[in-house]
Design a protein. Sequence first.
Lengths: 306, 305
Amino acid sequence: MKRRGFWGYALQNKTLLLMLAPAVFFFILFAYVPMAGIVLAFKQYNNTGGIFGSPWNGISNFRFFFESGNAWMVTRNTALYNIAFIIVNNVLQIAAAIFLFEAVGKWFRKLTQTMLFLPYFISWVVVGAIAYNLFNYDVGTLNVLLKAVGMQPVDIYNTPSYWPVILVLVSAWKTLGYGSVMYLAAITGIDNEMYEAAEIDGANVFQRIWRITLPNLFPTVIILVLLAVGNIFRGDFGMFYNMVGNNGLLFSSTDVIDTFVFRSLTTSNEIGLSAAAGFYQSVLGFATILLANYAVRKYDKDHALF
Amino acid sequence: MSAIAQTGKSGVKRQADIMLLRFIGYIFISLLAVICFIPFLLVVSSSLSQESSIVEKGYQLIPAVWSTDAYSILFKYPEQMLRAYGVTIAVTAAGTLVGLFITAMTAYVLQRKDFRWRNQFAFFFFFTTLFSGGLVPWYMLIVTYLDLKDKLIVLILPMLLNVFYIIVMKTFMSSIPEAITESAKIDGAGDFRIFVQLILPLSKPVLATIGLFIALAYWNDWYNALLFVSDEKLMPLQYYLYKMLGNMDGMRKAMVASGAVVTTNIPTESLKMAMTIVATGPILLAYPFIQRYFVQGLTLGAVKG
């Protein structure tokens, strides 16, 4: 290959570069250009000045965000929810994958897998409708059942303390099919000979799961969990917004950073505050991902993100 | 995905431990499957219940009194619903076609081992998943600087490309023998032609899977509409459903205005569920068919993490 320097190489590969151009342009426009807008977090935004003409106000957006107590509340909620999701979802998914693999027949596996996977395909709006069907005070199915067995109906949409449980269950429900298929694929990849050897050695099926399946699954679990930990400060906006909406009564136990940023922007129109909270989340998220990736890299270099 | 345990088990008599495991397994999996599935049945049955029976007794798994009132009202004056369908179908079709093509094209270049800058470009894309400017600057860019509010393209453009899909596609394409590109180059074919005529046909499985992922994301999108659409004519299906669920009064007014019904007779509760069914319908119908590709695709991605 001739070496004609940077421009020579670019010219030589102009077709490849042109093929990259749409994606490069897209990410510059929608990802890199907005990064410049981070300055908003340090400004007192007004419409006439716009992003770059509005006056600076130092760190007072951040000060307001932290001193109001919102920063701590939404950070805590986001992290705790994600930790609960990671634990509950992974345990259920792994258990389901092991049973799907070891214990059930072919047609039964196909049928149940189809049912398990269904929630993954529907939008969060539909999940919100389903939640309404289940939890509505007057006509909800849950209260119908409670009344049928002679118990008091529960007012879920006015009681913050129910929501951590509900949201964890909803998350488990929505991701079970997807996750168990991932883990099932990993189990299917385990070397057959190990099982045969265990059989010959007289291991029973529980020993086989405990000594072969789980240890072999462990690397996959570690990596998926660490990557999920990297995203611990990113809330699932679609889920929280459609389950809770703008129901302020529940915010103490359901408000995450993403919903807070969204509301500050669209409802209360506090551009500076919203940008500050968003920037805080980006930095926090960036740091956690770097840490998580460092951990993955220590554990298994091949699976590190970068 | 056949159980490997089968090979181990063949020829061995059914032992107590295996029976026990199967017993627990069938119960555990059945329970989970039913929990995953029952909410859908609830919605279907609620949509087919008579309104007065819902008001009196609540939503039930089997309608106390069957009725198709909700659907007949929905289909009596279906303009809004049909328009929302139209928007969603147009957005899904355009977004999937364009997005899939650019994703594949980008992935192909990134996996070309003779392209010296492939890693730099890959990092340029990947970095956007690590750090972002946050919601506000992105929102301001689209609304103030690009002026895309209440334009159809705002439902397509912001979610056209996804770094994760590019990576999965790239992983798949790097399993296509390099010799194909090399020999075609010797024959004088240009890079773009090699991509379109040789690589794309060989990438059908991954194109199907990623295409479905993209299409599902567009079909289920309501977020872009929530942020950028206030014009009722541009509401996609999911956002329309969202609006209606949250605002039955508005719905009532719209229906009265269009002459669909007189004020009092709207079966609100069953109508909400009927709308949910109609908005999810195509996905539920296509689901058994597309699920296979999803499982395939996940397995594809899972190999490399």
